[in-house]
Design a binder for this molecule. Sequence first.
Ligand code: IMP
Length: 427
Amino acid sequence: MPATILIGAQWGDEGKGKLTDLLAKEMEVVVRYQGGHNAGHTVVVDSERFALQLLPSGVLYPHITPVIGNGVVVDPKVLIEEMDALEARGVDCSRLVISGSAHLIMPYHQELDALTERYLGKNRLGTTKRGIGPAYADKAARVGLRVQDLLDPKIFRQKLDVVLKEKNLILAKVYNRLGLSAADIAGAYLDQYAPRLAPQIGDSVGLVHEALARGAGVLLEGAQATFLDLDHGTYPFVTSSNPVAGGACTGAGIGPRHISRVIGIAKAYMTRVGAGPFPTEVAGEEGDALVARGHEWGTNTGRRRRTGWFDAVMVRHAVRLNSLDELVITKLDVLDTFEKLKVCVAYEAGGKRYEQLPWHQSVLYEAVPVYEELPGWRCETTRVQHEDDLPGPARKYLGFLAEQSGAPISYVGVGPERAQVVALNVR
Ligand code: IMP
């Protein structure tokens, strides 16, 4: 069985964890391929709620081998804390395989992430301050330390000495901060983290290829989402990795021929955390209602999410960028109380109509959404189990999203529980 990719089709927090749960029974391997502990995946298994940051959600299923791929940036302290917390709840993490080629998040990455944000002031990106950007920057600059370096203390210390000299100069001369101690960092990473993680570090690429060769189900689980992608998102208000489907190939070490299914997850409306353009953002009562009904506060950072109407121009672009075979719409029930719903079908800017996402981002800032208004259903959908039991206007709404986005909808989520997913055939 070839690999399936699961990605967010908007700005993140679409509810990817829920779909992982649904697909888990078909999978033997679940790979995280990019990002770090900036992600927050909530998965409900047997009515127990788990909030994961760094571990692939596959860890929650005893038959699955969870893999942290080479494209991920790993904070070993956070990873160990997450493993300890899960083990305390009876979840066995011993099957985890961490790619030796994944990069390490170091203490100076976190410090520089926070300092840069402060320095940028009102121009800040609104990062999660977890050191993600600085860690990927060092990877690209070829001064990063990798997970495999934890197993070779000599190399680890050599690399750390070189890179820390420069980081400490930046901390002192640019930010007027005290430098960090190489001995303290090496002590924590080599004496505490390395022995704990060593049994988990290995050949993730080999493992994935062996699984593919024997026909096992492999799920490539994206974190963040299409419009937070470093190349295709609303730069610079993006994360520093490639959450798009293409990123799954580089971040897990497989070629595109192995991919047979690409699933995009989108909320029935839009949200975004942090700064950046958001053409369909709604303020006032409607925005407050979406936040309250959708519990739109970050799982990870606790920040209030910005909310808006479903933007079919963006999701249409996500269908293209990721070769989406299908869409899964989540949180339909959040719209249960609305009398009227808006869907953005195009933008207008500078006297021009845009049906596809404008390539120049300045247009996005001045874009006025062209909305189609659809009637709400004004009844509870949380107990719906079959497509036929969805209220007529809800089916019409979903049909409109599929038609406008250009991909069929295979499932819709109507609540946080495992059972609150309805299989659909909406094209
Ligand atoms: P960073 O990934 O911490 O560098 O943050 C860059 C941008 O991505 C910020 O706007 C964050 O709010 C956003 N971001 C990062 N991870 C997530 C996520 O898992 N969900 C939603 N937004 C995220």
